[in-house]
Design a protein around this ligand. Structure first.
Ligand code: GLU
Length: 454
């Protein structure tokens, strides 16, 4: 078999939708799996919508997800240009081939593609008029995902509009031929176009590529297809919400594909190795934010603390939890405690903001609950002098000093813990208490306890 050449052929819209990202990813994975070539072709024939900004969103999204292309914008390649808006000469040349073969005609100023078959006049329900139809032999598509699909075109269709602009079906097929594309992996919404495309391939005397139409991504609730307004639909938002690209990529690879075992978290190398058409689901897949978050949390826990801090810092800054000049060592020490608890970076400020902000919120329910057992102010007044004098102020010393105090008072050391945590953080839970106090440091802890006691 000739070397695999696949392409991702987006029309830039200003958004990088999760459905497009999935199509791009499946093409990229297939290219990497087979050692083939991944082409990025920009279908920018709609001049109004195709701005530089729209292109940038797309290319940035691809780069963020780590999908590098072997041919296309920025990198070039032997089959360029890779923007349809720059390929008019190629379309003219291919149109001429069809004209020379007698497969076109002009009607109402447009250039039409002439199907082969017996012609007859029939009433068209949609147009509410008599029109010419064609009994063309059905086109058979041996789709790598859907299996055998049979469909007969019965009307000629336009190739070049009145204003001289070529239509999608024509340029899409011409480019797939001119660029030597061997496999077309795209959304199921294009399955209904495929018989037109196959008719064009046949008219050019070219064997059509292998098609693989991938099912829809449904929104989290309901039966509809995910639209750009649904939460989680836009790749650019994952980046600003602090999701890890590796987690998003892993998650999207599982939207419509699975390695036929229970595995979910997989290295990209593993996915590349296992990815193939038989693993693509026939049924639609459903977006599941919880599953994505769980995967993201797993990836977050694996980061080394330097990378974690690097990613967390701007989000904490944006949320107002840390200032630009936050003490680097303190930030890293806090994040070392919080990383194992973090589910996402955008909720990190809620999780650990109190380490940095002195006006942290006091959770009322927790306050009521701990006051039921014993007066927290009394407990804290008891240990305050010990904390003020403790040297060094670390987890081990805290442990022995508090234990000694508890023993002297005939208490268990844990008796002090809820009050200590609540006074210093306003919360019921968090990282292990003694390391947490040690990281906060004596001054912060003492000041907070004094303020709590009042
Ligand atoms: N520009 C088309 C789209 O964005 C490409 C379809 C195809 O992959 O053939 O849907």
């Amino acid at each position: 078999m000739s070397k695999v050449r696949v392409r991702f052929a987006p029309s830039p819209t200003g958004f990088f939708h999760i459905g497009s990202a999935r199509t791009a990813l499946f093409n990229w994975l297939y290219a990497r799996h087979t050692g083939g070539t991944f082409v990025l072709r920009i279908e920018d024939t709609d001049k109004e919508r195709n701005t530089d900004e729209a292109l940038r969103v797309l290319l940035d999204g691809m780069k963020w997800m780590g999908m590098d292309w072997d041919e296309g914008p920025d990198v070039g390649g032997p089959y360029g240009p890779y923007f349809q808006s720059q390929r008019q000469a190629i379309y003219d040349e291919y149109l001429k081939k069809l004209q020379d073969a007698g497969r076109t005609y002009e009607k109402d100023g447009a250039i039409w593609f002439k199907l082969e078959g017996e012609r007859y006049t029939a009433y068209d329900d949609y147009l509410k008029a008599e029109i010419e139809k064609v009994k063309a032999a059905p086109v058979i598509i041996d789709d790598a995902v859907r299996g055998r699909v049979e469909r007969a075109e019965e009307k000629d269709f336009v190739l070049v509009r009145k204003d001289g602009s070529p239509v999608f079906h024509f340029v899409n097929v011409v480019d797939d031929i001119a660029m030597g594309i061997t496999h077309v992996i795209r959304g199921e919404d294009h399955l209904s176009n495929t018989s037109k495309h196959v008719e064009l391939f046949k008219a050019f005397g070219v064997e059509p590529p292998k098609f693989a139409h991938i099912p829809l991504i449904l929104k989290e609730e309901g039966s509809g297809k995910m639209s750009k307004r649904d939460k989680g639909a836009l790749i650019e938002e994952y980046e600003s919400r602090g999701f890890l690209a590796s987690a998003v990529r892993n998650y999207i690879s599982l939207l419509g594909w699975n390695p036929k075992d229970e595995r979910e978290k997989m290295d990209i190398d593993e996915i590349i190795e296992l990815f193939d058409f038989p693993g693509i689901n026939k049924g639609n897949s459903r977006f599941d934010e919880k599953k994505l978050s769980a995967l993201n949390a797993e990836y977050l826990r694996e980061l080394n603390i330097e990378s974690f801090t690097f990613l967390a810092r701007p989000l904490l800054n944006e949320a107002g939890a840390v200032s630009e000049d936050v003490d680097e060592d303190y930030l890293q020490a806090v994040l070392t405690l919080c990383q194992p608890k973090a589910r996402s970076l955008d909720t990190l400020a809620e999780l650990c903001g109190y380490f940095f902000l002195d006006d942290y919120a006091m959770d009322e329910k927790t306050g009521v609950k701990i006051a039921k057992k014993a007066d927290p102010k009394e407990l804290l007044a008891e240990v305050l002098p010990i904390l003020e004098a403790l040297e060094p102020f670390d987890a081990d010393s805290l442990k022995s000093a508090l234990e000694a105090q508890a023993e002297a008072q005939g208490k268990k050391v844990f008796a002090y813990f809820p009050a200590l945590r609540y006074a210093t953080s306003g919360q019921a839970g968090g990282p292990d208490l003694l390391p947490m106090l040690a990281v906060m440091g004596r001054e912060r802890v003492v000041t907070r306890i004094k303020r709590f006691i009042g």
